[in-house]
Design a protein around this ligand. Structure first.
Ligand code: GDP
Ligand code: ZN
Length: 282
């Protein structure tokens, strides 16, 4: 990569200026190698930022869909993780699908809980079993002609799922253990695999936690789809929807128009944004 790209002021907030999915202009060198002369403007980017790191990690660029993989059974369904991914996806207008794997282990109560949780959101839910093949054909249709990024921590069956979807793709199986990945940038082992000319998957191994990029805490509610209304009825502006009286969001949680779980996720993220902000300025 040309040195001037790294030195560019606009790229300094990223751990690496180029990401999987970027379109770049290259120049072929005499020895058969190539240099990146320019990174073309992105349509969108999916990035994360760990609380401890100074820089933002762009996991992938120019994507059509984020797939958050979770499962029934073990490891337990983690809506807090999914909601963080959903906020990040919405920041760049990327749709998100929640893929619930191990449907063969599902029970009615858990399905009901998940459906109620996301009913008012823009999150689409897909139920599959990589082991038994349930839902795989429909899911493959949904992924067709899109560039999708798969995020989920180990054990949810992400490798099994990708192999069930694309048995002939010979997807590389990650052998890095969860513990040795600690502290490493995810971008180092992110791969994009084309399954046909217009369909690609981006696998992201080892995503245990997901830190959001910096934003003002009062902007967070913009990225909770069902929190938005045409009218502004909170008494205070801006309203963080936690301690203020006469708050429309809190009223709507009371009325079950917003699920309690989503509101808890909101408060949870709000707290971490405030914490990070106070650390930045102290
Ligand atoms: P990864 O770490 O997310 O890539 O998960 P793996 O594909 O390695 O699967 C983790 C475990 O879940 C393995 O023991 C799989 O056999 C199991 N598993 C994967 N898919 C399913 C499924 O659809 N149903 C059940 N019951 N187990 C599954
Ligand atoms: Zn409010």
């Amino acid at each position: 990569m040309k040195g001037s790209i790294r030195k560019d002021e606009r790229n300094k907030k990223y751990s690496d200026p180029a990401a999987v999915g970027d379109f770049v202009e290259i120049e072929l060198n005499a020895d058969g190698t190539a240099s990146i002369n320019e990174i073309l403007p992105r349509q969108n980017a999916f990035s994360r930022k760990d609380g401890t790191s100074v820089k933002e990690d762009v996991i992938a660029a120019n994507i059509d869909l984020v797939v958050a993989v979770q499962c029934f059974g073990d490891p337990a369904f983690n809506p807090r993780f999914v909601d963080r991914l959903a906020v990040r996806a919405m920041m760049d207008d990327i749709p998100l699908v929640l893929c619930m794997n191990k449907y063969d282990l599902a029970d009615d109560d858990t399905c009901q809980y998940i459906n109620d949780y996301y009913e008012k959101t823009d999150v689409q839910i897909v139920y599959v079993s990589a082991e038994e093949g349930t839902g795989i054909d429909d899911f493959r249709k949904l992924l067709k002609d899109k560039i999708s990024i798969f995020a989920g921590y180990s054990g949810v069956g992400k490798s099994s799922l990708l192999n069930a979807l694309y048995p002939s793709a010979e997807l590389p199986v990650s052998e890095v253990s969860e513990s040795t990945r600690k502290g490493r940038h995810t971008t180092t082992n992110v791969e994009m695999i084309f399954t046909d000319a217009h369909t690609a998957l981006i696998d992201t191994p080892g995503m245990r936690e997901f830190g959001l990029p910096e934003m003002e805490p009062e902007d967070l509610s913009k990225y909770f789809y069902e929190f938005k209304t045409n009218e502004r009825k909170c008494k205070f502006f801006p309203c963080s929807h936690d301690h203020e009286p006469e708050c429309e969001i809190k009223d709507r949680v009371e009325l079950s128009e917003i699920s309690t779980g989503r509101y808890i996720s909101y408060l949870n993220i709000l707290e971490s944004l405030r914490y990070n902000k106070s650390n930045r300025y102290s």
